[in-house]
Write a protein that binds this ligand. Structure first.
Ligand code: ZN
Length: 304
């Protein structure tokens, strides 16, 4: 089977009947959901596309979706013949393999890959700037952009009497799937309110400080075997300072993050968090004082 020039991961099977380009606006403004009134099975999309390549009654669609595949038949910039004149000029047709008599549970039972259909509906929405919303018949007639049923097209222009995909089609869930494809959850590094709370209540998990690393500007470094008495103390003090610095940094970060979470109105117990913030601030001050004191001693002993 040929490969779709528009979505290279899809098979492409040209129907007998279709038209290059689009009348009027020159681009699609709606997505029309149909069902095939046939099997949901794994070969249903391929069989549907093969039938459209043979049939002589002037019917076609842009996509077929079945249990495991999406087959493209007409490029979305071109006109397929699935919803009579008004629907065809405006619409990108999706034939979902299944029947209008299906219950909502049957639509959602995975027999047809609705998520796969939602994925390509979303791609079309993005490509043609079509909002992922279900249009009413009035909106459709007014020329608004969005997603609708073949049934809505029938009611808007009375050029057909088709009522697919039926009254039990799970529009809410389907639109949510399309939205999820368009706006995948952000994978940022921002901790959740729960993670913040856990971090604050368990400050022991702040990363332990590494031993000071030898650098040219670290006057306290000396190889262990040859260090004399005074230098041993300096190294220990330096280690402690590095440890304190890491603890202070960790706490400052937690305090800032907590403050942001509070401002954003998370579900944290505000009074408890404020008390904890206060405690953390005091610890930071205490650790900073200890660090300063150690620095002073080192400077006095070694003139650094
Ligand atoms: Zn239809």
């Amino acid at each position: 089977m040929a490969q779709s020039p528009e979505f290279p991961e899809l098979k492409f099977v040209k129907p007998r009947s279709w038209k290059s380009g689009r009348a009027r606006s020159g681009q699609p403004t709606i997505i029309v959901i149909h069902d095939t009134e046939g099997s949901e099975g794994r070969d249903a999309a391929e069989n549907g596309a093969a039938y459209d390549a043979r049939r002589t009654d002037g019917v076609s669609t842009h996509f077929f979706v079945d249990a495991d595949s999406c087959v493209q038949c007409v490029l979305t910039k071109d006109t397929a013949h699935h919803a009579k004149s008004e629907g065809n000029i405006r619409g990108i047709g999706f034939e979902l393999c299944g029947r209008a008599s299906q219950t909502q549970a049957q639509w959602l039972d995975g027999g047809l890959d609705l998520r796969l259909a939602a994925k390509y509906v979303a791609k079309c929405c993005r490509k043609w700037n079509i909002p992922a919303r279900k249009l009413t018949v009035a909106q459709l007639r007014a020329g608004e952009k969005g997603i609708c049923a073949h049934d809505d097209v029938s009611k808007a222009w009375h050029q057909t009497d088709h009522t697919d995909p039926g009254r039990n089609f799970p529009w809410t869930q389907f639109l949510a799937m399309v939205q999820a494809e368009l706006n995948p959850p952000e994978e940022d590094d921002m901790p959740t309110a729960k993670e913040i709370a856990q971090a604050v209540w368990n400050t022991d998990n702040i990363v332990p400080a590494p031993w000071p690393v030898r650098t040219d500007d670290n006057p306290y470094w000396a190889p262990g075997t040859s260090m004399h008495h005074g230098l041993g103390h300096a190294i220990e003090a330096n280690r402690r300072i590095a440890e304190l610095a890491v603890k202070v940094d960790g706490m400052v970060t937690i305090i800032a993050t907590l403050a942001d979470a509070l401002k954003a109105g998370g579900s944290l117990d505000t009074a408890a968090v404020l008390a904890k913030l206060d405690g953390l601030a005091k610890q930071v001050a205490q650790l900073s004082a200890e660090r300063d004191e150690l620095n002073r001693k080192l400077a006095a002993a070694y003139g650094a």
